[in-house]
Design a protein around this ligand. Structure first.
Ligand code: AOF
Ligand code: ZN
Length: 343
């Protein structure tokens, strides 16, 4: 029973790394002696110390470690990366027991951390609150296991299913709150993507200016069209990748990637983004780009703002999002709205 409570706490700590640790996973660690927490830590920043290092540092009396249990949300690493192996650190402090939520599919770890601990005579338990951990690090796990970013399709639609005005320009489905909401989501992903039509019609900045946190990398699918030089996406303020058939010279923060002829566009783009270590992507349309994802199938989540407005009632024959059969993993907005108001 207490295993669940301590792991829950470790998962809460891990989540504090959201938006700061990618391409690493979020990891939390709690050290428990005699049914009391004596140390807590989490991976705070990419390149920084791992959760176990911070948790052990937090323990005042290190002598207690040999009688303590470490609750870690991810299998302790076994490799020399930016930091030395966490499994070795736990072993050197003669920790008694290690309870793990998820094993680490990262090729350099992948069971080797657990084996190291066991070889040193440490009792190891795995799979505690496993599902919660898989959800928390869905971006990392999808990326490592499928060699592509975790993909979220996001759009707003009227009650009768329209997503834009007849000329493709946006209509105000969403208000202030949903805009803040979208910007919060932007801070949580590595990259944001739109197609050239959206650039023509909206001239978006694709930044997260209505929320605190980092801007995602911008990804634009230009294809055969020519996006005007004075578009916001070319302002060099945020790292931007443009997938195009018309490559121009790169500038600082602006890279053009030639789309290979004869490849599936979505597969090609996702593979290139994976090579750039981008673990997650939010696709903000428009409908043509979403359609390509629906057809391709390589996406994980849909987030839809639904308005009560009936566009047809106003005599507007607007662009309608192409219908698709399977709604994947529909995001529960209600929960997020509650979070916003308590933030
Ligand atoms: C842990 N504890 O807190 C994290 C782990 O480049 P590095 O050295 O930071 O290593 C990154 C890899 O280490 C990452 O891909 C994942 O497999 C693991 N992350 N492991 O024991 C942690 N963040
Ligand atoms: Zn580690």
């Amino acid at each position: 029973m207490n295993d669940l409570l301590y792991m829950q706490r470790a998962l809460e700590l891990a989540a504090l790394g959201k938006g700061s640790v990618s391409p690493n996973p979020m990891v939390g660690c709690v050290i428990v002696y005699n049914d009391q927490i004596i140390g807590e830590g989490w991976h705070k920043k990419y390149g920084g110390p791992h959760a176990e290092v911070n948790a052990i540092q937090d323990v005042k009396n290190k002598d207690l470690l040999s009688e303590s249990t470490a609750y870690v949300t991810l299998e302790p690493c076994s490799h020399f990366g930016k930091t030395p192996p966490c499994a070795d650190l736990l072993i050197s402090h003669r920790i008694k027991k290690v309870v793990i939520c998820n094993t680490d599919p990262f090729p350099q770890v992948n069971g080797k951390g657990i084996q190291k601990l066991k070889d040193a005579g440490i009792e190891v338990i795995t799979g505690v609150l496993e599902k919660k951990g898989l959800e928390l690090n869905k971006r990392f796990f999808t990326s490592i296991e499928q060699n592509r970013p975790y993909v979220i399709l996001k759009w707003a639609e009227s009650a009768d299913g329209f997503v834009a005005n007849p000329d493709g320009s946006p209509f105000p489905i969403s208000g202030q709150i949903s805009q803040m909401h979208s910007h919060k989501w932007r801070t949580e992903e590595d990259a944001i993507m739109v197609g050239s039509n959206t650039v023509f019609k909206d001239n978006p900045s694709l930044t997260a200016r209505k929320w605190t946190g980092k801007n995602p990398v911008r990804v634009i699918i230009e294809g055969h069209s020519s996006i005007p030089d004075n578009s916001h996406i070319f302002d060099l303020s945020v790292k931007t990748f443009v997938f195009t058939f018309k490559v121009r010279p790169d500038k600082e923060n602006l890279t053009f990637i030639k789309i290979e002829d004869g490849t599936n566009l979505i597969d090609f783009v996702l593979t290139e983004l994976h090579k750039l270590n981008i673990r997650s992507l939010i696709v903000e349309g428009g409908p043509r780009l979403h359609q390509l994802f629906f057809e391709n199938g390589n996406y994980d989540e849909e987030r839809v703002f639904k308005s009560k407005a009936l566009m047809l009632k106003h005599g507007i024959q607007a662009a309608v999002l192409p219908k698709h059969l399977v709604l994947k993993n529909q995001y529960d907005l209600r929960e997020d709205i509650l979070n916003i108001f308590s933030a």
